[in-house]
Ligand binder design. Sequence first.
Ligand SMILES: NC(=O)N[C@@H](CC(=O)O)C(=O)O
Ligand SMILES: [Zn+2]
Ligand SMILES: [Zn+2]
Length: 428
Amino acid sequence: MGLLLRGGRVLNLENGELESRDVLVEGKKVARIASSIEADAHEVVDLGGHVVLPGFIDMHVHLRQPGFEGKETIETGSKAAARGGYTKVACMPNTRPVLDTPELMKYVYDVAQREGSCSVLPYGSISKGELGEELTDIAALRAAGAVGITDDGVGVQSSSLMREAMRIAASLDVPVVIHSEDEDLAKDGCMNEGVVSKRLGLPGIPGLAESAMIARDILLAQETGAHLHVCHISDAWSVELVRWAKSMGLRVTTEVTPHHLLLTESIIDETDGADANMKVNPPLRTELDRQACLKGLLDGTIDMIATDHAPHMEEEKKRPFRTAPFGFVGLEFAFPVLYTELVEKSSALSLHELVKKFATNPADVFKLSGGRIVEGEVADITVVDLESERAINPDEFFSKGRNTPFAGQKAKGWTVLTVNEGRITYKA
Ligand SMILES: NC(=O)N[C@@H](CC(=O)O)C(=O)O
Ligand SMILES: [Zn+2]
Ligand SMILES: [Zn+2]
């Protein structure tokens, strides 16, 4: 008995057409796609004209397990992912302990297998404990299923350590995923360095703290031949550097978050005494930076959307702006908010271009299954309702985190059904 998704409109990723098709799923795979498929002996889900997309892939989330289960767990984070239409997420190693051994890769895979609502691919860290001093066993991490290596949460300050990591990663074809931050330049900053930080008297993090490290790592990628993937790009010069690296034929890719595409530091100014739900790293920057990110997304410099889903507890986010932790949740509304703002309202890009940034490109860049709906391939499918408008409501989140500056914003494009490897993982 198969799962028959009937009466949906399947997005053609080549031309953006919506084509009325039934999709039959058997086991973990798409068995058939056709105008009409006989229902007998299948479990039928009627899609009522909703739009059928490849399951979303988020290459940057924080699931907080092990160590910070009060903020999130693999179970709650992957449920949030499924609710947001994601079928695969890659989780960051800044847990306690840091994911720096093959045993911890196995731990994440085992918990996700038991309790997860989507595929969970762990990153291994570049340095032991993310302390920036000693390299992990990159070959062993890869053998245990690490999707890449990263010290996300902190920048790798030592250039020689990064150079050695890239040499090894290049020989193993492991992506090196960077949180670009020069700590000396970023110091104790808590928001973008600029007119707003000066007015509020808050210590700033200059865009240069990001771009200077990206420049270094592009040069190291050139020397070593490593695949460099730049996390959460947020600064205009950073986008320019990645564009240049691509034009030189280097293996450099990048991602941008919904918040860096849609928000600026100005929202910090407007709030009373600076609300820590507006605090994130890299920080929300200027309109010029936001426009540069948008342009980079449109011209292909920026390959994909990643949420950098970073849940924190309410008490932590109630602390003063200076001392509260950095981070926003994002899994449950990333697609609706970007569909609404960039496709529906401003026509900056088309639906199929957006879907490539959510599914096809992450699959291609990281050589993963999915990203397309194809007969004989994995059944990772997301069905969205592009008509109904609803406000983003943190009280409804499956995530334990509520920390988002998008609360209350209205959006369309909500997930009605998610199928991961043939299994229904979310149904509205
Ligand atoms: N993005 C954030 O503001 N916070 C992340 C760390 C990170 O992604 O660098 C976190 O782990 O909370
Ligand atoms: Zn980071
Ligand atoms: Zn992160």
